[in-house]
Structure formats: C-alpha cells, structure tokens
Design a protein around this ligand. Structure first.
Ligand SMILES: C[S@@+](CC[C@H](N)C(=O)[O-])C[C@H]1O[C@@H](n2cnc3c(N)ncnc32)[C@H](O)[C@@H]1O
Ligand code: SF4
Length: 402
C-alpha cells in the first residue's frame, strides 16, 4: 500500500535522533526521502543536485556566502537556487480531522503519529519565531483540521506578538468556525480560507464522509458578518462529483463578498487520483464563460497562486488554483512544517527534514538555520508534473497540511 511505503520512508527519518547525525547527514549530501532520480534531477536543470558527490554542507555555505555577497535583501537561508524568497510558512497543527474528505483522507484512514512526536506548542512557536526572524511575514495554520487543536487560540495570540509577522491565516473546514471565530479574531487572526466542496447537503456529506454542511455555511456567514473580506472558500473540483456545481458556486459571489477558489484535484497518497477525475482550469473557465461571457480577469500579485476573475457587478470573485494544468512553481514562496515537525520545501516533493529532531537535540538557532538553508537549497525548480507526482510516494494530504 502506497501509504505504508511512504511511512516506511518517514519512519527511517524519525529514527534520526541527534543533531550531530543530522548535520552529518546534511554534510554528506544524504537525502533519505528524496525520490529524485539522476534523470529527474537533470530534467529540473538543478546542477546542485546533479553533482551529488560534492559536499552538500560546503556547497550550502558557498551558496549562502554567494547570496550574501550578492547582497540579496532577504535571508540567504530562505532563498533558493532559483532566487525564490520564502516568506510564507504553512504550519500543520494536527494530523487529526473531524471530516474525512475523499480527496484528502485515505478511505482506510491514516496511521497517526504518537502524540509525543508531534510538535508541542512551544516547539511550534520556537520554529515560527525563527522563520519570522529570517523574513517570513505570513503564516498559515492548517492540518488536519487546525481548529480542533486545543491550543490554537494561544498559538495565534503568541504569533501575533512576533514583530515582522504581517499576516496570520487559517485554512479550516469550517465545522467549528461559527463558535470559535470571535475568539480567533480577538487572538489576532487576519485571514480565513474555508473548505466547501458542495452546496448540496447530501453531496457534501458524501464527499466529506461526515455530516456538517449547515455548520460550515454558518461558519462562512459568521466570517462575513465579522468583517473578513474576502472570505476565501476552497472548492476541490472533481469530475462526476461536483463539477456540475461550478455555476452555483460562482452564483454565491453575487451577493456575498466571497472569493470562491476552484482547486484542481491533486494527487496525494491514498486519494485515488486519476487524470479523468481532474477538471482543468481551462475547462472550468470555458464552462463559466458560457454563462457569464463578460467574466473579467483581475490583476494578481507576483506570488498569488490563484488566477482571479469577477463577474461584473458581483460583490465577490472567483479564483482558480491551477497547480496541475498550469503550475506556479516559478513564484513559489512557501515552506511547510508538518505536524510531526518535518520541513517540506515543496508540496509535491517527498524530500523532508525533521526540524523537531534538531530542536530536541538542543541545537542552536544557527544549527537549525543551516539545516533549513540546506533543505531550501535543494528545492527543485518545479514539480515533476501531475503524472509523475501521481506515481511518487508522498504523504496523504491530511498529513502534509494544504
Ligand atoms: C488539507 S486541508 C487542511 C485544512 C482544513 N482541514 C480544510 O479542509 O480546509 C487544506 C486544503 O487542502 C485542500 N486539499 C486537500 N486535498 C486536496 C487535493 N487532493 N487536491 C486539491 N486540494 C486538496 C482542501 O480542500 C483544503 O482546502
Ligand atoms: S481537507 Fe481538511 S477537512 Fe477534509 S479531510 Fe482533509 S484536513 Fe479534514
């Protein structure tokens, strides 16, 4: 089973306990979780990876020295070999969830990491502080379902105190949102993305394998009422499931200040992805334009992942996350930390390094930054393409944090 194989690799990683060992691993260029073959390293045009005989640590230092010499106005540890500056960190707060979405959670469930191996509140905050000190100015809390973590309010309140952190965002399934939102806002939450894949209650339940449609709608309305603007609604579009609801979702933006974001279905371990189930951006756009031919394209920022549009006169807007048909790797500014403390430099790469183990070995900030810098330095130019990704071992999405 793909999931088990993937965990085999991750377990190997978890057994690496000491910073000494980790540093040696970095220095010897060992990349225990990378599935990159010599061929695809060359395909990516990544000369750093192709010359794997060289000493990675020495190369990393050279790389960072070079970046420093170039006087880049950003952390050399968070700048990769393609000049991408990683100022956006996503932290997964939990592997658990109160829903079981078909595209995210494998039908058979996932093996949860023992509690003691998950990042504690202090560890989450220590890492966040370090990244913010290096230039991260946006942190998104995700999961699993971040709002089921009991200390989520404390984490947000502590993050709020970090100088330099401009934006704190949460991606949630909305189940507990209506109840928690006033507290989240008080703690300092700036942005909310809420997942909703169907406007038909029975279909919602089929997709997420649980009840709760009305709670999510209540959460969306509460977010609007409390002044979040735009409230982003994430909708994973799957053929045969909800692609017939595209126009209804666009219709929602007529009166509500929502940004409905249609996400192309992506392959992860255990989610039974197949190309035929994926509805491409172009297909969605063509379909929507049949109803609203004057749909207008809106300007987006350099590292925005969504291509955004508005129907003239509508309050809200729609966006498309085109990771499969038209990736945005060139402007990627994201890093991820999983709930068990692994740094993941690419959502679609299985190369990971345990910051938790480094932290627990008593490493200094400088040690951590060396490990982070080496991982960022190994980030590939772009993902391997949807067909390769669908064959590759990775975690199930629920264990990554979207
Ligand atoms: C993994 S969830 C975690 C946060 C929260 N539980 C939620 O559902 O919003 C983060 C986002 O990833 C998206 N997602 C999960 N699996 C996906 C897949 N296979 N393809 C595209 N998006 C996916 C979800 O729709 C959600 O918007
Ligand atoms: S998408 Fe979010 S709500 Fe759905 S199973 Fe994954 S983590 Fe849970």
């Amino acid at each position: 089973m793909a999931t088990n194989l993937s965990f085999g690799l991750l377990d190997t990683h978890r057994s690496v306990r000491h910073v000494g060992k980790l540093l040696v691993q970095c220095m010897s260029g060992a990349r225990p979780f990378s599935s990159a073959t010599h061929k695809n390293r060359l395909e990516f045009g990544d000369s750093t990876l192709a010359s794997s005989d060289l000493n990675t640590s020495a190369k990393t230092l050279t790389r960072q020295e070079k970046l420093r010499e170039d006087n880049i106005p950003f952390s050399s540890f968070l700048t990769d070999n393609f000049g991408r500056r990683h100022n956006y960190l996503r932290i997964s707060l939990t592997e658990k969830c109160n829903l079981r979405c078909q595209y995210c959670m494998p039908e058979e469930g996932v093996k949860l990491t023992p509690r003691g191996q998950l990042l504690s509140t202090t560890e989450v905050l220590t890492l966040a502080r370090l990244f913010v000190k290096e230039g991260v100015d946006k942190i998104r809390l995700t999961g699993g379902e971040p709002l089921i973590r009991p200390d989520v309010l404390d984490i947000i309140a502590e993050l709020r105190k970090l100088e330099g952190l401009k934006t704190i965002a949460v991606t949630t399934n909305g189940m507990n949102l209506a109840k928690l939102l006033p507290l989240l806002k008080d703690a300092g939450l700036d942005l909310i993305n809420i997942s909703l894949d169907s406007l038909v209650p029975a279909k919602f339940e089929f997709i997420v394998r649980r009840k709760g449609f009305h709670k999510v709608m209540e959460g969306i309305d509460k977010a609007i009422e409390m002044g979040y603007d735009p409230v982003k609604v994430n909708c994973v579009v799957m053929r045969g499931l909800n692609e017939d609801e595209l126009l209804d979702f666009v219709g929602l933006t007529e009166k509500k200040p929502l940004e409905v974001r249609f996400i192309e279905y992506m392959p992860f371990d255990g989610n039974k992805w197949n190309f035929k189930k994926m509805v491409s951006y172009q297909e969605m756009l063509d379909h929507i334009r049949q109803q609203w031919p004057d749909l207008e394209s809106l300007q987006t920022g350099h590292s925005d992942t969504a291509k955004t549009f508005r129907v003239p006169g509508f309050k809200g807007q729609v966006g498309f996350i085109t990771s499969m048909s038209d990736h945005f790797c060139g402007s990627c500014n994201r890093l991820r930390i999983t709930a068990d403390g692994n740094l993941k430099v690419c959502l679609f790469g299985n190369s990971e390094v345990s910051l938790r183990d480094v932290l627990r070995s008593g490493a200094s900030d400088e040690d951590l930054l060396q490990i982070i810098g080496a991982a960022v330095g190994r980030k590939k130019k772009q993902h391997a393409g949807m067909f390769s990704i669908s064959q590759m071992k990775n975690r199930p999405m629920i264990l990554i944090g979207g």
